[in-house]
Every structure is written in structure tokens, then in C-alpha cells.
Write a protein that binds this ligand. Structure first.
Ligand code: GNR
Ligand code: NI
Length: 168
């Protein structure tokens, strides 16, 4: 397995819209395993392929305490089943060090495929719902900072640009 490099805001590659996965092959399985290893190593609860510069509709999550319940969603879509909003202090491995409150629909039904291409549906709420919506946003080129005020977003952008210059 391998640890993949995670792109950081404001890298424009994070704005690319991902394409559907069409081949359920060995290469997909390798990518999934590498994404899981990268997510665990970075202490994240989710990771979208976009974040590792692979522009395919694929995400992994693990919201369990013990970090032994990986979930894989290929070509995910969702519909809102509970309009009520829930607020979470969101962070993002592509926006390191910043946490801000974001409101998203509380309950969703997710439609996706597994790594073999079998379709499944899942109703989720709580942190798993928030996380899956955050990851699907990545696949559409969106980041949680897009929900913040322009002022907050530009402050985060400047701070991260400074850090990125300093570490090069
Ligand atoms: O690790 C992560 N934590 C998190 C916390 C609240 C809401 C969303 C997330 S996802 C994030 C990992 C990440 O950046 N996934 O894209
Ligand atoms: Ni993220």
C-alpha cells in the first residue's frame, strides 16, 4: 500500500469535477486501499479521490471509534430525507488546521456502488451524513470553506498560502 499526497486549498486541482468510475478492476481496488491507508495515516474520517488528485467519483469514510469500519462509496449520490439542518464543526485534510461550523441536511439516503460495482442504498444521519456530504462536495470541486463568508475564506487562503510557501 502507499500513502498518497493530499492536495491543499487553494490548489485549483481541488476544483475539478470528478468523472464516474466505469472500471471495477484491480487498479480501483489498489486506489481504494491506498486512499484508506492515506485517510488513516492523516487521522481523517473521510477522503475523496479528488483530494489525492484522482478525478473519479470515489470516496472512503470511517467514522468508527476503533477505526476498523472502512466504508467505500463509488459513484455516490444522495437525496435529502430530513430537511432539518445539523451543524458540525467541520475540518478538512485539504484545509489543514481550520475548523468552522457548517450546516447541512440532517438525514440523507445515499445511493452508491461498492468496489465490485454492486449497487446499494443507505440511510444515514449524524456525523456520517455530514461526512458523506462533505466528500461528495469534493467530487464536485467544492470545499467546506465555500460555505463560509468571503472574508473568512480569504483569511484561510492567505494563511495556507504562506505556510505552503514556507514549506517548499
Ligand atoms: O477528517 C475529517 N473530519 C471531518 C470533520 C467534520 C466534517 C467533515 C470532516 S471530513 C475530514 C476529512 C476530509 O477532509 N475529507 O474530505
Ligand atoms: Ni475534506
Amino acid at each position: 500500500m502507499a500513502i498518497l499526497q493530499i492536495l491543499e486549498f487553494p490548489d485549483q486541482r481541488l476544483r475539478q469535477v470528478a468523472s464516474p468510475v466505469t472500471s471495477f478492476d484491480e487498479a480501483l481496488e489498489v486506489l481504494i486501499n491506498n486512499m484508506l491507508e492515506t485517510m488513516y495515516e492523516a487521522n481523517g474520517i473521510g477522503l475523496a479521490a479528488t483530494q489525492v488528485n484522482v478525478h473519479q467519483r470515489l470516496l472512503v469514510v470511517d467514522v468508527s471509534e476503533e477505526k476498523e469500519s472502512p466504508q467505500v462509496f463509488v459513484n455516490p449520490k444522495f437525496e435529502v430525507i430530513e430537511d432539518e439542518l445539523s451543524e458540525y464543526d467541520e475540518g478538512c485534510l485539504s484545509v489543514p488546521g481550520f475548523y468552522e461550523t457548517v450546516s447541512r441536511p440532517k438525514g440523507i439516503r445515499v445511493f452508491a456502488q461498492d468496489k465490485q460495482g454492486n449497487s446499494f442504498e443507505l440511510e444515514v444521519e449524524g456525523i456520517l451524513s455530514t461526512c458523506i456530504q462533505h466528500e461528495i462536495d469534493h467530487l464536485d470541486g467544492k470545499l467546506f470553506v465555500d460555505y463560509l463568508s468571503p472574508l473568512k475564506r480569504s483569511r484561510i487562503r492567505s494563511k495556507l498560502e504562506k505556510e505552503q510557501k514556507a514549506s517548499k
